[in-house]
Write a protein that binds this ligand. Sequence first.
Ligand code: AMP
Length: 380
Amino acid sequence: MSFEALGLPPSLVTILEREKYDKPYPIQEQAIPEILNGKDVLGIAQTGSGKTASYVLPVIARLKGLDKPKDRKPDVLVLVPTRELAEQVKDVFNLFERGFEHDVKTMAIYGGVSINPQMKSLFGVSIIVATPGRLLDLVDSNAVHLDKVQILILDEADKLLNMGFKDEMNRIFDMLPKKRQNLLFSATLSEKLDGLNTVLLQNPITVKVNTEEWNIEQINQISYSIDEDKKGPFLRYLIKSKEMQQVLVFTASTYKADNVADKLRKNGIDARAIHGKKNQNSRNQALKDFKEGRIRVLVATDLLARGIDIEFLPHVINYELPRSPKDYVHRIGRTGRAEASGEAISLITPEDEHHFKIIQKKMKIKVDRIDGNDIEIGKS
Ligand code: AMP
């Protein structure tokens, strides 16, 4: 099946060729024709499956027949749970808008950065990608109006619900025109999501891919037993001996993330920490620098474990284990994305043994173990 056969206009197909999207991923094959037909869609898919393009492409195609707004009334609203995801989704829209025959403008809006530039830029925007809180602030100050939205998309709807945005989302839904197309994407189905799905979607088409499984299969997972006091030098040894050029290291706390990044830098390895206590601009910058290869090691808390797509990330290291088994999967899922294989390494201290057993049991995986204390690491 080709993108053209899914019903996308030739100008978009040309852009897809430019971006080396050779053939549609399964979620795209299923979702694109339905969205082009104006159907409501419930998509069960997570980051890594190609779900963003599965709605971005048909949405851009559907805007072709419409005039660009001459006011502050966007045609499309995408709600997302985090600022990083807002930026990332906006980038995908921008990628396909560039060179498209119809003039479409997309803007990301989220909190944690100054509101004034966002207020000024909202004129003439067709597509808004927003976190709920900041969107409502902008609505309340008349910088944007939602009464012309024709397509509503909830991306990572399960997370939107878990993060307690429900009241804000309900306020937003009340402002939207009754007649509109609704698209809801979620990594998992839950009762809460079912509730949302019944109020929001009309005769939806359900599309589903299970990426978690194939992701896990193609990730090479290894664990090393290591004593707590040897972890720092051992991390440096791994990065150097395996010649890792781009590695995402996870810690359990913001303090530890800063601490590990500092130590790496002191030892001549280019590293930066990213976590919830950093301001938004430095988070964006660190992620951008890492994605574009200007930083070798990004040390992160679980803030980054979900939703963020870093293309072809070859290595993930759990410097400290996450509390929940699900987060283990989300973390290691940062590698082995989009049909590329990757390596996930976990450092296991004697205190972690029991917890790591539980993770493996819950996730039905068995991770190979090497004794790191026995390895001669030299001076790293
Ligand atoms: P997503 O699940 O939307 O975060 O997408 C995961 C990654 O797959 C992104 O890096 C996309 O650029 C890439 N991708 C999505 N669809 C395709 C495709 N049909 N061909 C090649 N790469 C794709």
